[in-house]
Design a protein around this ligand. Structure first.
Ligand code: F6R
Length: 241
């Protein structure tokens, strides 16, 4: 794990966006794994500003998002489909047929998860996977568990995750389940970039980097990946030795 500590989330956004836009310039047909939530927003804003300056196209890029809520219409303002379009895709020349999500409303979730995993494999796997981290050290929606997960699956969200995300749901209650990529799938990305910002992430960050590798701290598995860049602001890094 290579740990980079920056003063602010803004500076991280600039640095991580540069990694992604360089990848797209050097490998215009790359496959990107993307995350939602508050953490990647500065990165997405900086990708958009680089794109607007010209000289880069996303027409050949394929994206696969980490997760999607169950029982929430795709068009809902809180679906991750809507989030990604509003925060990134609508501002790029990426092709709609190249952006991919798990379908949280699929009639058969097992079949849907298998379809998604097969599609990622058929695309040649993920070149760069972007991750945030939950207060409980989840990555994607892989919550603390007895064993590390493999491929995509349906998960029941923990109280910690529901408490962190329910602020976005002002009208309808937040979904209790989601479909998410599994740990093995995340680990098979060629390169992984994890961003953590703010004091609420400090303990999860410490456990991820300095603690034992355990499924109770899902992000700790990243210690075993040989190309992981961790980007922290000072608050998220504050408990590190
Ligand atoms: C989002 C995802 C989650 C978030 C995590 C942090 O697609 O998979 O693991 O990265 O919950 O969320 P924020 O960034 O909102 O603190």
């Amino acid at each position: 794990m290579k740990v980079n500590i920056f003063k602010t989330a803004e500076e991280i956004g600039v640095a991580v966006a540069e990694i992604f836009t360089n990848e797209v310039k050097n490998n215009p047909d790359c496959v990107l794994g993307l995350a939602t939530g508050a953490t990647p927003i500065p990165t997405y804003q900086n990708i958009i500003s680089t794109y607007e300056k010209g000289g880069i196209s996303f027409k050949g890029v394929k994206t696969y998002n980490l997760d999607e809520y169950c029982n929430l219409p795709k068009s809902d303002k809180n679906s991750y489909y809507t989030f990604m379009h509003e925060q990134l895709f609508n501002s790029l020349d990426i092709l709609e047929e190249n952006v991919h999500f798990l379908d949280g409303n699929a009639a058969d979730c097992d079949e849907e998860c298998k379809r998604y995993d097969d599609e990622i494999n058929n695309a040649g796997g993920i070149d760069i996977q972007l991750l945030g981290i939950g207060n409980n050290a989840h990555i994607g929606f892989n919550e603390p568990a007895d064993e590390f997960t493999t491929g995509s699956f349906k998960v029941q969200l923990t109280e910690s995750t529901i408490n962190a995300n329910k602020i976005y749901f002002d009208e309808n209650p937040m979904p209790t389940h989601a479909l998410t990529m599994g740990i093995q799938q995340i680990m098979s990305a060629k390169k992984v970039i994890l961003i953590a910002t703010g004091p609420k992430k400090a303990e999860a960050v410490k456990n991820m980097i300095e603690g034992p590798v355990t499924a109770q701290v899902p992000a700790s598995i990243l210690q075993k990946h040989d190309d992981v860049l961790i980007f922290l602001d000072e608050a998220a890094a504050s408990l590190l030795k």
